[in-house]
Design a binder for this molecule. Structure first.
Ligand code: NAD
Length: 368
């Protein structure tokens, strides 16, 4: 299992070096002049099933950043799916460009590229993509999830992501405090977008003392007014006296500068790639005695939601029921971590990888 840091450092210049360094199977570069479509699809590992993961649209300033992003993100999906017990692999797509480029033709062209992969990659929403975009892609390929509920899809996955994150936070509380109640706990939710705002709802219901922050002020005050959470400034988060820090905005907020400032017992949030460096920053948290609930494990609710849709006959209750497994898995990871004095990130990744390896072995012969 290659570490991201090592792979990116040694193989910086070669595309094949980057793909093999992180263990990818395929990187597909798609271009369509009439619509301006520039898409890159990364398929990391398909031992458990087709690579399923969202399409992200972003005005990347250069192609290398887009490649790096799709490689990291698709790898992350492999681990997320495997640890959640899903029969899908890791895939992701990125679109290079201003989201204003999106037209019906642009998205349908993307759908045709996805179709050409014959089901090895299945898409869904990610940053700057929505359920309507998925409907347009679906005009050209069945390999798409995240369709609106009225069209038989699973709709917006964020509430399910937030539910899983909340359960992961409770499992971390059980580990840190001996019981999983969040009542009275001072929780800072950083980023009250789709996931953060639903998470605040769960926390308020459990009578936690919730503090919210966001760089988008209008949304911040709207959520605070609606839920009764207290507002703090975005730059006040790291030194804030809290029990639980919940990153729900961007990645890499756990790093060399922020970890020494943290005044909390637990980090548990919905954001992807919270650790700037999986190994050293995971270790810094462990050394400080802060319980870290691995992001890819506790934010898997959204993936579980699209997976249930992918299986057909979507039912929200089934997605929520499946998401409840996050609590037990998270507790198991945290208990193993403290027993073996290794980071929860490392334990969780090992658990995911060992499932992939064991399933790969049962597929060694044809017909039996
Ligand atoms: P979103 O864009 O709806 O919300 C993110 C919020 O964070 C925005 O309101 C933004 O203004 C705020 N923000 C950005 N920078 C900030 C900063 N420095 N300080 C405070 N706030 C800041 O996105 P989302 O769908 O809620 O996703 C949030 C995170 O969860 C992302 O990392 C995403 O990759 C991850 N995630 C989301 C899902 C899902 O189902 N939506 C699933 C898995 C993981």
């Amino acid at each position: 299992m290659a570490s991201i840091k090592a792979a990116e450092k040694t193989k910086e210049l070669s595309i094949y070096g980057q793909i093999s360094g992180l263990g990818h199977e395929q990187l597909v570069i798609c271009y369509d002049e009439p619509t301006g479509l520039k898409a890159i699809i990364g398929i990391h590992n398909t031992v458990l099933g087709p690579g399923l993961g969202g399409t992200r649209m972003w005005p990347y300033s250069n192609e290398q950043d887009a490649i790096k992003d799709v490689l990291r993100l698709s790898r992350g999906m492999t681990f997320k799916a495997a640890i959640s017990g899903l029969n899908i692999g890791g895939g992701k797509a990125v679109l290079i460009g201003d989201p204003k480029l999106k037209t019906e033709a642009y998205l349908r062209r993307l759908g045709r590229f996805i179709q050409s992969l014959g089901g090895r990659y299945v898409t869904a929403e990610d940053v700057n993509m929505n359920t309507r975009d998925m409907e347009l892609i679906a005009m050209e390929t069945p390999y798409v999830t995240g369709l609106p509920e009225i069209k038989g899809g699973g709709g917006d996955p964020s509430p399910v992501t937030a539910y899983g994150t909340y359960l992961g936070m409770k499992a971390a509380a059980k580990k840190a405090y001996g019981n999983d109640s969040l009542e009275g706990k001072r929780v800072v939710v950083q980023g009250v977008g789709q996931v953060g705002s639903y998470l605040v709802g769960h926390l308020m219901k459990e009578k936690a003392q919730v503090f919210v922050t966001d760089i988008f002020e209008e949304k911040l005050f709207e959520v605070a007014k609606k839920t009764g959470a207290q507002v703090i400034a975005p730059d006040a988060v790291y030194g804030f006296n809290m029990d639980i820090y919940s990153p729900c905005a961007l990645g890499a907020t756990l790093n060399e500068e922020t970890i020494p400032l943290l005044k909390c017992d637990i980090v548990a949030g919905g954001a992807n790639n919270q650790l700037e460096d999986e190994e050293s920053h995971g270790q810094m948290l462990l050394d400080r005695g802060i319980v870290y609930a691995p992001d890819f494990l506790i934010n898997a609710g959204g993936l579980i939601n699209v997976y249930i849709e992918f299986l057909g006959g979507y039912k929200k209750e089934v997605a929520l029921d499946r998401t409840e497994g996050i609590y037990a898995t998270c507790l198991e990871v945290l208990q193993t971590s403290s027993k073996e004095q290794r980071t929860p990130q490392e334990i969780a990744m090992e658990m995911a990888w060992s499932r992939i390896e064991s399933i790969a072995k049962i597929k060694r012969s044809y017909g039996s």
